[in-house]
Write a protein that binds this ligand. Structure first.
Ligand code: HGY
Ligand code: MN
Ligand code: MN
Ligand code: MN
Length: 419
């Protein structure tokens, strides 16, 4: 096919939306949840099964696999000029315990659909294209989130990652070895010309505004803190109120404080406690210990920093008032991210060329792209999700939304990988 006609045919190229949707549904059958979503947590047998399916599909599309010591998968479609730095399309196949079918998975399988579509058209780009599956994006089983892309970006160390433990005390490193998905490559030992991440919005804005495409200009910054309160187990019946050292009460007051602090930093600030446990967790024992996690986010670095310091002060005051010991451990952090302007423009132009409605948007959720932006020009594309719901098994998108974003991804990647 001549360059001219290749470019002509590429200009009005569309992906095969049905094939993309079928792949999403087939992947969703692996690690099913209990309410129609997914529980394919990182480094579980279900994760291993999903990885194997993704690898098989990619190899059927003529791709070859690279695998690093964090289990990050890199499926490569060769370019006309193999020595050029590749264009990456990446996201994650792992899910929340009560996750949806599209968070992360859409971006990985849309990358595969881009390759499948390029091959259908008999095209080959100058640059190689690599579709990446980043290990442990969710960070629920092994905190923090975006763990393996953080190691790839040189922000976190392999030792730190391998040492992280889940609720049962299992180590990340041992589980990665157990499922047999640790490669030999040194994480980060790859050159990336540009990275695209296509992801559901996980919020209500695009659907409310009636837009098909989110052109993601920035990503919120994040602080994850783990709080441990130490009081004294005692009898709930015979202990007078003024003699109690109640860690459960301290936790309740700090949970309320987190909400107030986020509300006092509006607009563009959020805070919540997602995970909370008390010990001994017996109905007639005053909890002597409470451990819970705080998630603060804002696109504004000053607000993010201010929320963290307000929390430290207020939590210390609450602990002192109740006679509790307190420890606050930073568990995860990244600053607000500005995505690559030239790539943002390419995404916007692709949406315009395709005639898809679009708007600029800041990502409320964290993504692997937030770390990869530290080592390569990076941008995100978003599609709406129904009622803005995510991290919930009822997460839903339409196949039209899925396809439109994948069309934009195809065009922006073709433009960047050069036909
Ligand atoms: O927490 C996040 O924003 C991502 O879903 N891991
Ligand atoms: Mn995600
Ligand atoms: Mn997620
Ligand atoms: Mn920082």
């Amino acid at each position: 096919m001549s360059d001219e006609s290749a470019l002509m045919s590429a200009a009005n190229m569309k992906v095969d939306g049905d094939r993309l949707w079928d792949s999403l549904m087939e992947m969703a059958a692996i690690g099913p949840g209990v309410a129609g979503g997914n529980n394919r947590q990182t480094l579980t047998d279900a994760d291993a099964e999903g990885r194997a399916l993704f690898r098989r599909w990619c190899e059927e599309a003529g791709m070859t696999m690279g695998l690093d010591r964090m289990g990050n998968m890199f499926m490569r479609h060769e370019g006309v000029e193999p020595d050029l730095d590749p264009v990456y399309i990446g996201s994650h196949l792992d899910t929340q315990p009560t996750g949806g079918k599209y968070d992360g998975v859409l971006g990985v399988l849309a990358g595969l659909e881009v390759i499948r579509s390029i091959r259908d058209m008999g095209l080959r780009t100058r640059r190689p294209i690599v579709v990446a599956n980043w290990t442990n994006e969710e960070g629920t089983r092994f905190a923090p989130a975006m763990l393996a892309s953080g190691v790839f970006a040189g922000v976190l160390t392999e030792d730190y990652a391998n040492s992280r433990t889940d609720a049962d005390g299992k180590r990340f490193g041992d589980e990665l070895d157990r499922i047999g998905w640790r490669g030999d490559e040194v994480p980060g030992d790859r050159k990336i010309h540009a990275m695209f991440e296509y992801h559901i919005e996980q919020g209500p804005i695009l659907e409310a505004e009636g837009k098909q495409i989110g052109v993601v200009t920035h990503g919120q910054g994040l602080w994850w803190l783990q709080v441990t309160l130490t009081g004294k187990d005692a009898h709930t019946g015979s202990t007078p109120m003024n003699m109690r050292v109640n860690a459960g009460l301290g936790m309740a007051r700090i949970i309320e404080a987190v909400d107030c602090i986020a509300m006092n930093h509006q607009p563009n600030a959020v805070g919540a406690v997602g995970q909370a446990n008390v010990w001994p967790n017996s109905r007639n024992v005053i909890p002597g210990r409470a451990v819970f996690t705080i998630d603060f986010r804002s696109p504004d670095l000053e607000k993010l920093t201010s929320m963290r310091s307000r929390l430290k002060t207020e939590a210390a005051d609450i602990a002192a008032e109740l006679g509790l010991g307190i420890e606050i451990e930073p568990v995860g952090h990244f600053d607000p991210v500005t995505f690559d302007e030239a790539l943002v423009t390419k995404v916007r132009q692709a949406a315009e060329q395709l005639g898809y409605s679009h708007m600029n948007i800041v990502s409320g959720a964290g993504h692997d792209a937030c770390w990869i932006a530290k080592v390569a020009p990076t941008v995100m594309i978003m599609c709406p999700c129904v009622d803005g719901l995510s991290h919930n098994e009822a997460e839903e998108i339409t196949s039209d939304w899925a396809r439109a974003g994948c069309d934009v991804l195809l065009h922006a990647v073709l433009e960047t990988a050069e036909l």
